[in-house]
Design a protein around this ligand. Structure first.
Ligand code: FEO
Length: 402
């Protein structure tokens, strides 16, 4: 049975949800599932904006068959050529033989590269700011390269003032009936997954997101329609503000996130002592994560949220504890910048973890490593307490300065 929702006059949401997929991109846990959004415009011409993942193709075709009410599909707009959005292009070409595929040159190259289909006479190639009239509605194309992939573009519908924004402004999480931001509790139920999605999927491309935000600022936008997660039709400045911070690598919160690896509980003990002393000193937003049991996407997400990060890890193979190395290298790969960082290392005979952590951090932009590092030899003793308290004091002082 079809399951669609009207988002504006003659514009329908025709996407769907996958609540069975465990790992998005076979990497990221999505216990709340994921939505693949697609949109259908019915005018003198009909246009479909993107398709969906192959896992929900059946639902998708029921939706568009219902939405079209027997009419042919004139245009498929391909804003993003990643398979979670374009898995159904070939089937659409077969079902709608007069349908034109609308994309930029890179889009068309990628369609051929992925699917090897004969596109002769089936494409309409567009450039920045080109327009496609559908009747009462007009689409304007806004290129947004590397707001995930190089071919990405956004489509602005001028009559209803809707920006179809591709991966930008998306989130992990299935849409549970409610598809608009004002129908759900975003801050409570979605913000963490929205941040985890942004930081891990698009986080590396902050400058390109900034460029897209600048283009978006020139448009009068009433509604943001991403390819994943809720549609935004109120309070757009809230989400735009988050994207501005995230893409400039500025923290959202003056907060401490402590990431630790611990083989037998001793490095964890040092972290507990530090966290308790921070709370005693009046710091209220403290998070503690075991890097061995917390998915790295969550660690990355928290590193994008918090102003102060503490990394605490044992020495391992004369280097760094592997789970911590993975976390730090992922943060580096995603271009994390502008954080204040504390270091705690443990090493029973030749501590090296601190050196490796400092080396990785030195290759990241504007990471201020606090002077008061802590070295634990096997387990915390009285002699480490002054160093832990000095680290606490430096964290408190730099938070107050901020
Ligand atoms: Fe949702 Fe970059 O694909």
């Amino acid at each position: 049975m079809y399951c669609t929702r009207k988002i504006a006059e003659h514009i329908e949401w025709v996407g769907g949800n996958d609540r069975r997929l465990a790992l998005f991109e076979n990497l990221f846990p999505i216990p709340r599932g994921v939505a693949y959004n697609a949109y259908l415009i019915l005018d003198e011409k009909t246009a479909l904006l993107d398709t969906v993942d192959s896992s929900i193709a059946r639902q998708f075709f029921e939706n568009i068959t219902h939405g079209l009410q027997g009419r042919p599909l004139d245009y498929l707009i391909v804003n993003h050529m990643e398979p979670d959005h374009c898995a159904n292009i070939e089937e659409l070409m077969l079902r709608y033989p007069d349908m034109k595929i609308v994309g930029n040159l890179k889009t068309i190259q990628l369609i051929q590269q992925f699917y090897g289909v004969d596109l002769d006479g089936r494409t309409l190639i567009v450039k920045e700011n080109d327009e496609l009239p559908l009747g009462r509605h007009t689409l304007q194309f806004v290129l947004a390269p590397m707001v995930h992939w190089p071919e990405v573009m956004m489509t602005y519908e001028k009559t209803e003032k809707i920006l179809f924004s591709a991966d930008a402004f998306g989130s992990f999480g299935a849409l549970n009936g409610a598809i608009f931001n004002d129908e759900l509790n975003f801050e409570r139920d979605w913000l963490a997954d929205s941040r985890r999605y942004y930081s891990n999927i698009v986080g590396k491309y902050g400058p390109q997101v900034q460029a897209a935000l600048k283009k978006a600022a020139t448009l009068d936008i009433r509604m943001l329609c991403p390819l994943h997660g809720p549609i935004w039709r109120t309070d757009l400045s809230y989400l735009l503000g988050k994207y501005d911070l995230w893409s400039r690598y500025e923290p959202e919160d003056q907060a401490v996130a402590i990431f630790y690896g611990s083989m037998y509980g001793d490095t964890e003990n040092a972290v507990n002592v530090l966290a308790a002393s921070l709370a005693d000193a009046g710091i209220r937003d403290i998070s503690v994560y075991d890097v061995s049991s917390t998915h790295v996407s969550q660690l990355v997400s928290e590193s994008f949220r918090c102003s102060h990060l503490v990394f605490a890890a044992p020495t391992y193979n004369n280097g760094l504890y592997p789970a911590m190395e993975t976390a730090l290298l992922d943060m580096k790969a995603l271009n994390l910048q502008n954080r204040t960082v504390g270091i705690i290392e443990n090493g029973s005979w030749a501590p090296q973890a601190g050196n490796v952590m400092r080396s990785i951090l030195s290759e990241m932009k504007n990471m201020r490593v606090l002077e008061n590092g802590v070295t634990v030899k096997s387990s915390v003793k009285d002699e480490q307490i002054p160093a832990l308290m000095s680290l606490r004091d430096e964290i408190v002082k730099t938070m107050q300065q901020a």
